[in-house]
Design a protein around this ligand. Structure first.
Ligand code: AMP
Length: 285
């Protein structure tokens, strides 16, 4: 049975569990703090620190894992990214004290000290930019370092920017855009790859479904051309006759969740009635 390494706590833990549950691979452990669980009886989950997952996957302790791409890059282990899972979005940024006169990387002079939890990514970034720096590795709370005088700038993760702001820091450059990924170190000819590919397909179908909705509406037959223009669907909307005098037809389509508000408004303007929008569990085009 394939073993999948999942984050045991922190920002990625809950989203990773939700993703498996939504794919029909229910996470069943012996208790809240169990270190292993069954994933729908098909896979075994092990719960470990997100930062250790690239290592465990590279070593073959698990055949796949879920962790942030920031942690994958920092580990320096050559693992393959199978899928962008779209949660855990954040950016690794260079930040300076608000009162410093630094507005961008070109304002950095001398050999500034950079406090970071990501020494490898940071060293590579500044080397590529041709800026000499001294790395000050810390294991957390890098944002306090400039105020303590142990570093001039920081390279830290941010999503909303509020933590940087609260700590009087200003973002001046982006090092990396991160999100959670499904990773593996199995070679493409490994026999276990078939089962892993099935898992990738299942998770991808859930991710695809999350950004879409299933929409049903009754619309005037006379306005069908206009309705088709706003409901592209996967291969055009499904059109079904209604047992009335033929004036109205039912249309069904898969539409973007992000623009559903506008789509419903447009349908109403075309005389749409009985509009129904539902979530989709999985979508395999
Ligand atoms: P944890 O320390 O276990 O909460 O996991 C941290 C990981 O969550 C990071 O390495 C990122 O991959 C991800 N993450 C997502 N959003 C953020 C954020 N705003 N700040 C820090 N980490 C984040």
């Amino acid at each position: 049975m394939l073993r999948i390494a999942l984050p045991n706590k922190g920002r990625l833990a809950e989203d990773a569990r939700d993703l498996f549950n939504d794919a029909g691979l229910e996470v069943r452990g012996k208790g809240e703090r169990a270190l292993t669980a069954s994933l729908g009886g098909e896979f075994e989950a092990i719960f470990v620190r997100a930062a250790d997952i690239p290592e465990f996957v590279a070593d073959g302790a698990a055949q796949a894992g879920i962790t942030g791409v920031d942690l994958v890059n920092e580990s320096g282990r050559g693992v393959e990214e199978l899928l962008d899972l779209e949660f855990g979005r954040c950016r690794l940024v260079v930040a300076v004290r608000e009162e410093s006169r630094i507005k961008g990387l070109t304002d950095l002079h001398g050999k500034p000290r950079v406090a970071t939890v990501f020494p490898r990514i940071t060293a590579n970034f500044f080397a590529a930019a041709g800026i000499p720096v001294e790395i000050v590795p810390v294991s957390g709370a890098a944002e306090i370092a400039p105020h303590l005088g142990i570093a001039d700038i920081v390279v830290d993760l941010t999503s909303t920017g509020s933590t940087l702001k609260v700590n009087g820091l200003l973002e001046v450059a982006t090092v990396l855009e991160s999100s959670a990924r499904l990773i593996t170190a199995l070679t493409t000819n490994d026999p276990r790859r078939t089962q892993l590919d099935e898992l990738v397909d299942a998770l991808a179908s859930v991710l695809r479904a999350r950004s879409r909705r299933y929409l049903m509406a009754n619309v005037p037959r006379a306005r069908l051309a206009e309705v088709k223009a706003i409901l592209p669907g996967i291969s055009g909307p499904t059109i079904i006759d209604i047992m009335d005098d033929g004036e109205m037809v039912a249309v069904h389509a898969v539409v973007s969740a992000a623009t559903i508000y506008r789509t419903v408004g447009q349908l109403k303007q075309l005389g749409g009635q009985g509009i129904l929008v539902t979530r989709i569990e999985r979508l395999m085009p």
